[in-house]
Design a protein around this ligand. Structure first.
Ligand SMILES: CC(C)(COP(=O)(O)OP(=O)(O)OC[C@H]1O[C@@H](n2cnc3c(N)ncnc32)[C@H](O)[C@@H]1OP(=O)(O)O)[C@@H](O)C(=O)NCCC(=O)NCCS
Length: 400
């Protein structure tokens, strides 16, 4: 869980007044309050609107958790029916022109398809942006519904020249997984996938959510803010880690096979070699969780029930033991979801888009919270470059 972190903050006189010099990376800097999610005052739990992340991740459906984030409470029956009806209907209403545009996309990382398609969705759904409640919630639900559709369509179009259409009669998570893997998932597979989406839904002011809030704070539209969030999530230090973690485990597996050793033993040697080369181990470390990431416990319960579950859990536990002994770093959710998605037969480049299929709920909730109590987020820099230079015409500038 969270550990007490002490960081220094200094004051300096600057050209615009008294400057607060905060730690690089905004470590422990609190730019605003939120009631959506965060570490509770005891530092023991990450809280989703009052509930622990593990409680909601293990028990809530996608629709229940989405309702909790957007509207602040778990839904009653009629509210649940309504949010389900809207998400399922909107999932099947992605404009045909968005699919046409995705046909033009290059065969590249699928995270590009999301940011590209989301800005198009904005153009079709909301050419004029407004800030009244009905409008904001309507577009939050449209985005939540459309994200799996556009990512999976982009992926299949680039690889197979065709795509799988959404089925509004299926539950959102099950349909998303069906569109990714191209077959009807079992109930267990669908629930494991759904739980991972809920675990990914939100996490305080993480980098992509903060990006969304910065864009929202300029009073730009929700679609532009989400496109920015997708860009931030793509990075390997954030959402991209689940792909890198699984690639690393597969590399270790291949090496173990060549060496004739079981992976659950060989993983130690593999990690020690990487650490000796001062390489980062993807899927370990976290800005908030310095001792344990509780989301991994929920993911582990599903990993256990899926193919080769016992084997993968032994490998994960051994890796955690080594990383804790050597670096005092815990595994994060991405180390576990990498394996879970591998068990579900999901292509590795789709792992980060799946993170976005969950996090879209947090992003849209934060967008709404930001614009409802807005102040533009605009820090001040400390300029340390040269001053006093004078423009020199080109012909005189680079004389030897
Ligand atoms: C997540 C992450 C960006 C958090 O960064 P942070 O809060 O700034 O933590 P720090 O980078 O300050 O880490 C503290 C120390 O542990 C080291 N460290 C952190 N994560 C590491 C990792 N995955 N492998 C090896 N060393 C790591 C850092 O190099 C640093 O060492 P130093 O003090 O000798 O410089 C970082 O742990 C990381 O890059 N992890 C790998 C990517 C990943 O899994 N991201 C998904 C997060 S959900």
């Amino acid at each position: 869980m969270a550990k007490r972190i002490e960081v220094e903050c200094k004051y300096e006189e600057g050209p615009l007044g008294r400057y607060i010099i905060v730690p690089k990376g905004l470590y422990n800097v609190v730019p605003d309050t939120t009631t959506i999610s965060g570490v509770d005052p005891t530092g023991q739990h990450t809280i989703y609107r009052g509930y622990t992340i593990a409680d909601i991740g293990e028990h809530a459906s996608f629709y229940e958790a989405a309702h909790l984030f957007l509207y602040g409470h778990l839904p009653c029956e009629d509210e649940l029916r309504e949010i389900k009806r809207k998400i399922d209907t909107y999932r099947a209403q992605v404009p045909e022109k968005v699919f046409d545009a995705l046909k033009l996309a290059a065969k590249t990382h699928p995270m590009y398809y999301g940011s590209y398609a989301v800005t198009l969705l904005g153009q079709y759904y909301a050419p004029e942006w407004r800030f009244d409640d009905d409008f904001l919630y309507e577009h939050a639900l449209r985005l939540i519904a459309a994200i799996p559709v556009v990512f999976t369509a982009g992926w299949h179009l680039a690889h197979n020249g065709t795509f799988i259409r959404p089925d509004p009669n299926l539950d959102h998570a099950k349909d998303a997984l069906r569109m990714i893997i191209g077959r009807m998932p079992s109930d267990l597979e669908a629930r494991a996938f759904e739980s991972s989406l809920v675990l990914y839904m939100d996490h305080g002011f993480n980098a992509s959510t903060f990006t969304v809030r910065v864009i929202a704070s300029t009073l730009s539209d929700m679609y532009s803010a989400i496109a920015g969030g997708i860009g931030a999530l793509k990075g390997p230090l954030h959402g991209g880690a689940n792909e890198k973690a699984m690639q690393m485990l597969l590399e270790a597996k291949e090496q173990a096979e060549k060496a004739g050793k079981p992976l659950e033993e060989y993983i130690e040697e593999y990690l020690l070699q990487k650490l000796a080369r001062k390489e980062k181990i993807m899927g370990f470390g976290h800005r908030v969780y310095k001792i344990h990431d509780p989301r991994t416990d929920v993911a582990a319960k599903f990993i256990k029930q899926l193919p080769d579950g016992e084997f993968w859990l032994k490998v994960l536990k051994k890796a955690e033991e080594v990383m804790w002994r050597e670096k005092k770093l815990p595994a994060n959710i991405d180390f576990y979801t990498g394996v879970l998605y591998y068990q579900l037969g999901i292509p590795i480049p789709m792992y980060t888009p799946i993170f976005a299929m969950g996090r879209i709920v947090g992003w849209t909730s934060h967008y709404i919270e930001q614009v409802k109590n807005n102040k533009i987020i605009r820090p001040t820099e400390k300029y340390v470059g040269p001053t006093g230079l004078k423009y020199v015409p080109l012909e005189e500038r680079c004389k030897k």
